[in-house]
Design a protein around this ligand. Structure first.
Ligand code: ADP
Ligand code: ZN
Ligand code: ZN
Length: 749
């Protein structure tokens, strides 16, 4: 045997980004794999690390290598592909390896939490007839215990037997001492395979027959799965066109091949119906349990779920962003539902995008990745146009139900007519009353993405936009100015509309509370319930409200667009969008896209049952492109229109963007370091990137920190990121200036 056979390479989970080498004792060599969690000595301390290579070549003499001191679990906690995925994330998003590992591996696993052991009881040595008789006479309880164990087909849990026979541990121990029963410790699971979501009723979906369009798409997915090579497909289907049904079909095909599935949703708590449907549909694949991966799992559940996946016992994960790291060894299918959702992007280091990581993982695994949406992101749309992704379409709602009719209400006229600033237009009020009288339900949405800091003319709808960057300028109360956050252009805040000279140029914003009050005033007898951030954080309250809404106890639901996702309430025939244009005025090149997506998603909530639906959109800019495209239901035309404008400005997806934010309590100091950084980039990366800034961030001051940003446009993120990380490493940062890099940023505030 070669000496090198017994050297392993290890990445420590904390402390530093280095590969260390250790020897492994001969007896342990068969228990260690790529991805195993080990405890190793570093200096005079011990640390946990992941094995990245088992037959490694060390740079040290074999004799001088230290030994691995412990292997923590029988099975690896990461797969080889996940280790590769982690490296890609590290390089692409410019993160430290330890922060990537920390994000990929859940805390209880990373910390080596022990699996829960239970004692199992089975028969021991065979008693003679006299033994049994003696037991019967002198220790009838022990005899009863023996008889019970003898009747069992397989070993039973000790705790359950004692409870069932109502026996004391003393009785049990006495029989155990005699050797007639024996016990062994086994790992049992706390996996939350079941949860409250099971309470939702589902129609007998096993009987669903795919319609013609669905069948064609399902056939494409099945043939991709059959070929077992990497591919990405966009499933572009209008809301209610039966996308989920198609995913389920492909999921069944994957399980039939014995492969695992990753199903990603923007937020698990908001998609209880989808989770329930997946569970109930896959429940007949008894060898392929479904794990729901969400933030409410206990540490024990998290550990057990992880191990169940790593061992192949559970083959399906449904979860948000971080579920993309589930240690499924033989992955066949990844579904990213609502792929356009910003929630897939992590807003802290490592700032990865769950959808993009999913695509890269599918590439590493040779798996099929399906991206589903009614309103695909420009990024995905462009990948389709370039032939990198295939596309499938579902153009009809199931059963040819009509898409809801969308009315656009011009709030400028409304205010001119009523002579007061109202939250609810006459049309919306009339329709709310009508629905209440017909015992149908309504939902009112408020645009939480709206941003109150841009200035909007209430007469002509004009918004002040930067000449150089085509984004709205942001109002700064401190010095009464409007600033561009891309190029730092600045102008005094106008007192009159620059377009129509009206003095009614204002900042806009409105809360759920005010809308709830307004609805209560017009419908005093109706039950109106508001869902806000507070409700959302209380899982049970949220569920309870949805349950009451479903059962018809609530007439009008008021909330932000967060409640729009995945909800399917057949009795909802009216959806109101109270302030549609607020998201148009955020200083973000995706403002149009977000507004359009919002309107389409929100209107998809109306008319999902047998009754047809209507949507009322209130806006000060009725002719804004996204509103008009949404009104006509023209998704493709919108995408083309928007792609053209992005191309003109060479914004993503035509180039990648890396955003760098500098912050700290002293604005001059922060600005100085931002300028220093920019100078070095100018010297080192001259011609390789287009740089904009430094300029103030749109949220200029956050938690007493002043914020500046630089934008880098490039075609090659990994290359530019490596340079930026290296420059950041050369600068002697003071403790009170913090710098953060974000590749393909979603949050530009
Ligand atoms: P989407 O995911 O595109 O919004 P869903 O898959 O949720 O659409 O389908 C909408 C509704 O139509 C669901 O209640 C679903 O059970 C039902 N449905 C989907 N496909 C069919 C079908 N082929 N036949 C009957 N009902 C279907
Ligand atoms: Zn005006
Ligand atoms: Zn500008």
């Amino acid at each position: 045997m070669k000496l090198t056979d017994r050297i392993v390479a290890v990445w420590p989970l904390a402390g530093f980004d280095k590969t260390l080498h250790y020897r492994i004792a001969e007896g342990q060599a068969t228990q260690v794999f790529v991805g195993s969690l080990v405890r190793v000595p570093v200096g005079r301390r011990f640390t946990l690390g992941v094995v990245v290579e088992v037959d490694a070549q060390a740079d040290l003499d074999f004799d001088r290598l230290k030994m691995v001191s412990q292997i923590l679990y029988d099975q690896p906690i990461l797969t080889g592909n996940l280790l590769k995925l982690g490296e890609w994330i590290r390089l692409y998003y410019g993160a430290k390896r330890e922060s990537v590992l920390e994000t990929m591996i859940p805390a209880p696993v990373r910390q080596g939490m022990a699996a829960k052991q239970d004692k199992f009881v089975s028969l021991g040595s065979v008693p003679s007839a006299e033994d049994l008789e003696a037991l019967e006479r002198r220790a009838p309880k022990q005899r009863a215990l023996y008889d019970f164990v003898a009747q069992q087909i397989k070993a039973q849990k000790k705790s359950l037997i004692l409870k069932r026979l109502n026996l004391s541990p003393a009785t049990y121990n006495a029989l155990l001492d005699k050797g007639f029963i024996r016990e062994e410790s086994r790992v049992t699971e706390r996996v939350a395979y079941e949860d409250e979501m099971g309470a939702i009723e589902f129609a007998d979906e096993a009987k669903v027959v795919l319609n013609e369009e669905q069948a064609i798409v399902a056939e494409h997915l099945r043939s991709d799965l059959e070929s077992a090579t990497f591919s990405v497909r966009l499933l572009h289907g209008v809301t209610g066109s039966g996308k989920t049904e198609v995913y389920l079909n492909a999921m069944q095909a994957t399980l039939e091949k014995g492969q695992g599935i990753l199903f990603l949703v923007p937020e698990v708590a908001l998609t209880p119906q989808t989770v329930g449907r997946i569970r109930s549909r896959l429940s007949r694949y008894t060898d392929a349990q479904t794990v729901v991966w969400h933030s409410h799992l206990s540490d024990g559940e998290r550990l057990d779920a992880w191990m169940a996946l790593a061992s192949g016992k559970a083959k399906v994960v449904v979860g948000a962003r971080s579920a993309v790291f589930a240690p499924i060894p033989n992955l066949g299918l990844i579904v990213v539902d609502e792929e356009h959702e910003p929630a897939f992007k992590q807003d802290e280091t490592p700032r990865y995008h769950g959808r993009d990581v999913a695509v890269y993982r599918a590439y590493l695994e040779g798996a099929l990745c399906v991206l589903g949406s009614a309103t695909p992101s420009l990024e995905t749309y462009r990948n389709v146009a370039r032939g990198k992704y295939a596309i499938d379409r579902l153009t009809q709602r199931v059963d040819n139900r009509a898409l809801p009719m969308m009315h656009v209400v011009d709030m400028r006229q409304e205010i001119a007519r009523t002579r007061k600033s109202t939250q609810l237009s006459t049309m919306l009020v009339e329709k709310l009353v009508d629905r209440f009288e017909k015992k149908e339900q309504s939902i009112l949405f408020i645009n939480r993405r709206g941003y109150s800091s841009s200035m909007l003319c209430q007469d002509c709808g004009h918004v002040v936009v930067c000449d150089h960057c085509s984004v709205p300028m942001t109002y700064h109360r401190t010095d009464e100015t409007l600033k561009c956050h891309l190029c730092a252009a600045e102008t005094a805040a106008p007192h009159k509309c620059p377009e129509c000279k009206s003095p009614k140029i204002r900042r806009k914003g409105m809360g759920t509370q005010r809308i709830e009050d307004a609805v209560t005033r017009v419908l005093p007898r109706a039950k109106v319930v508001r869902i806000d951030a507070d409700t959302m954080s209380r899982k049970h309250l949220f569920r309870q409200i949805l349950g009451e809404f479903r059962s018809g106890k609530i007439d009008v639901l008021v909330g932000t667009q967060m409640i729009a996702k995945g909800l399917d309430f057949p009795n909802v025939t009216l959806v109101g969008m109270v302030d549609a244009d607020l998201s148009l005025h955020i200083p973000d090149f995706r403002a149009n896209e977000r507004t359009f997506q919002l309107l389409v998603q929100v209107s998809g909530r109306a008319g999902r049952g047998d009754l047809s639906g209507e949507v009322v959109v209130q806006t000060f800019t009725p002719h804004a492109d996204p509103i008009q495209f949404a009104r006509r239901g023209e998704v493709d035309s919108f995408l083309e229109f928007e792609a053209e404008s992005r191309e003109r400005f060479q914004y993503p997806p035509y180039r990648h963007l890396i955003r760098q934010v500098f912050r700290g309590p002293n604005p001059d100091k922060v600005a100085f370091f931002a300028a220093q950084f920019a100078k070095r980039v100018g010297e080192r990366l001259n011609g390789k990137v287009e740089m904009r800034g430094p300029a103030p961030c749109s949220i200029e001051k956050m938690k007493d920190h002043y914020r500046f940003q630089i934008w880098y446009f490039t075609a090659n993120v990994t290359q530019v990121m490596a340079e930026l990380v290296s420059i950041a490493g050369e600068i002697g940062w003071p403790a009170d200036v913090i710098q953060v890099l974000d590749a393909d940023p979603v949050n530009l505030s």
